[in-house]
Design a protein around this ligand. Structure first.
Ligand code: M6R
Length: 614
């Protein structure tokens, strides 16, 4: 949701800010804008639509050159995505500019108060109120940072705010509550951004900001305080990937690059976690073995694709660790009376570590004294800080809105956790855990093999670009894979797509089957004979009713051949690990079909990568 960049240093600020926005555009692309301080004046430019529109406007009317500025890409919450509602927003005097990510919940009351006092607000946004509040606070004395502190104390909701003021021409001020903001520390220059991708071309040294903190950014230094002005503790870290990871590297889309990176991402997520004796060592777990032995229930909370990883985790945890496991949509979790206790382990899965629904679920679990473990891909994000322990997935930056490599690495993380708990609690013999770990280590080569055979899947996808609906069926861990296949198709191709547990078909959904309807079926390995044979019967049932069957099954599974209009073979792997290979063709399918329809798969309509509002 909304990308934010701030810069102060020796370079032309406009270039740095626009380059940062280009790297953050995946966070929102409803409009874009910049504010620069130059020659003692504040210059702003903003345009509805993608960054390209703003670039065009800046070329037509170049702003004065300056070395301090900020920029914003918007995912609209309050007010439609037009020029007027695009950020930055300025005060009545035209000397203060503000950009914002999040939602200021008490904005209506603040706006009413401001209008009554004579302020003229020109947009429908919650953000604009902040510019006018800063105007009033600056009149009553102090610099921009002091004014921001006083304003933040009045705000409710979630926000990252960045502001500049002509009265403080060498200062950029940022504020953070419940929304992401990181500092990039350079040499004679400093950066602020929603995530490190914005400044990775300039520095890999970053500072993680905490809750309710204010950062003052000058070319020569960075000061962080809390909302009361007290010096705040911050965490410095070094980003372990470089600018090439945030570029397309010759691919047409980030999504294609990220699909191709999956073998390496899976391998990197396993790296350093398996000892020479075959025992797992999860250093960042930070929940003691004794505490893990006391756990009597696991609850997984997550959203979207991460939720699907959670559904697969349930099978692995119950099978290997022998613990009851529930999986909850994070957005629903805190609104029901889930029974939690100090012996409940809550696992929160989030690629970004910034998804507001996931963060709120974690805080709800914390209040009830549960142990908290995060699975997260972004170092420096909020979720790991709020959990007792964390397992990082080492997928590298995922920039396409549709999650692909993050999903596969989340699966690896949940397998590792399930096996680790089994090891600690002794629910599996050491050699059984080791045998499974060895199979896991072979998964990068299996995923690579799937990627090498994707041309027929691409062809199939192109041939189905005119369809209105596709159904996906699976059983056991194939069911969440079916859900994931349907989600990918919805978000990228804007097509009606549903995933069903194949056994549920006869309880209703089979009524949807009509002549020619494409139905993708994920078939379990032959070794799971009962499950396997049941789904083969399901395929026959839908085919008898006219469905066009697209079957994903183990290579050499002759039993499905007679009933498959299209057969996609994947390498043979154990049942629980099968999602690592069966998901990949579905990612490729959705990506190709959406591209054939002319869609931008990196920036699908109405979506944003990181959903930082509830
Ligand atoms: O960053 P998170 O893993 O918390 O994000 C959760 C969902 O918003 C995300 O997986 C979303 O569903 C993806 N766009 C799916 O491709």
């Amino acid at each position: 949701m909304c990308g934010i960049v701030g810069y102060v240093g020796g370079r032309p600020a406009l270039d740095v800010v626009i380059e940062g926005l280009a790297r953050l555009e995946y966070r929102g692309y409803d409009s874009a804008g910049v504010a620069l301080l130059a020659e003692g004046r504040l210059a702003t430019a903003k345009r509805a639509g993608k960054l390209v529109n703003l670039r065009g406007a800046l070329e037509e009317e170049p702003p004065p050159a300056g070395t301090l500025g900020m920029g914003h890409t918007r995912w609209a919450t309050h007010g439609p995505p037009n020029d007027r509602n695009a950020h930055p927003h300025v005060d009545c005097t035209g000397t203060v500019a503000v950009i914002h990510n999040g939602i200021i919940e008490n904005f209506a009351a603040l706006r009413g108060e401001l209008e009554e006092a004579g302020h003229k607000l020109g947009s429908d946004t919650d953000t604009e109120a902040v510019a006018h509040l800063l105007e009033d606070e600056l009149k009553s004395g102090g610099d921009l940072a002091a004014a921001m502190r006083r304003v933040c104390r009045r705000l409710e909701g979630a926000f990252t705010l960045v502001a500049v003021h002509t009265g403080d021409p060498d200062l950029v001020v940022g504020a953070r509550r419940n929304s992401p903001l990181v500092v990039g520390v350079g040499d004679g220059e400093n950066f602020l951004a929603s995530d490190v991708a914005a400044f990775i071309a300039h520095t890999r040294d970053a500072i993680e900001l905490g809750q309710d903190q204010i950062v003052e950014l000058r070319a020569g230094g960075v000061t962080v305080t809390d909302f009361e002005g007290r010096p705040a503790e911050v965490k410095e870290y070094h980003v372990d990937w470089d600018v090439s990871a945030a570029e397309k590297g010759g691919y047409d889309y980030f999504m294609l690059k990220e699909i191709a990176e999956q073998p390496r991402a899976v391998a990197d997520t396993l790296l350093g976690r398996i000892g020479t004796d075959g025992r797992l060592t999860l250093d960042e777990m930070r929940i003691s073995d004794q505490e893990l032995r006391e756990v009597d229930k696991i609850i997984i909370v997550a959203c979207g694709t991460s939720f699907h990883a959670g559904l697969i985790a349930k099978y692995a945890i119950e099978h290997w660790a022998g613990l009851p496991c529930e999986v909850e949509l994070a957005s629903e979790f805190r609104y029901r009376d889930a029974i939690l206790s100090p012996t409940t382990l809550v696992i929160a899965i989030s690629q970004s570590g910034e998804t507001m629904d996931a963060l709120m679920a974690v805080r709800h679990a914390r209040e009830q004294k549960a142990k908290l473990l995060g699975i997260c891909n972004v170092n420096g994000s909020t979720l790991p800080r709020e959990c007792d322990g964390v397992l990082y997935t080492h997928a590298g930056p995922e920039i396409a809105v549709a999650s692909t490599k993050a999903f596969l690495t989340q699966l690896v993380a949940v397998y590792l956790i399930a096996l680790y708990i089994a090891q600690v609690r002794g629910t599996k013999w050491g050699d059984e855990v080791f045998a499974m770990v060895q199979l896991l280590e072979r998964m990068p080569e299996k995923v690579e093999k799937v990627l090498e055979t994707m041309e027929p899947v691409r062809e199939l996808a192109r041939s189905l670009a005119g369809e209105r609906c596709v159904l996906f069926l699976g059983r056991h861990v194939g069911f969440p894979v079916a859900l994931e296949g349907a989600l990918k198709l919805k978000e990228l191709a804007y097509m009606h797509a549903e995933g069903f547990a194949a056994g549920e078909l006869k309880h209703g959904p089979i009524a949807l089957i009509e002549s020619g309807l494409p139905v993708v079926v994920v078939v379990p390995p032959r070794a799971r004979d009962v499950l396997h044979d049941k789904i083969v019967s399901n395929i026959q049932e839908i085919r008898a009713r006219g469905a066009r069957t697209i079957v994903i099954a183990e290579e050499g599974d002759a039993s499905v051949e007679p009933y498959a209009d299209t057969l996609i073979g994947v390498p043979a792997v154990p049942t629980l690990l099968q999602p690592l290979v069966t998901t990949v063709p579905l990612q490729v399918f959705a990506c190709e079909l959406a591209t054939a329809k002319g869609h931008d798969v990196d920036q699908p309509r109405n979506l944003a990568k990181s959903v930082t509002v509830e």
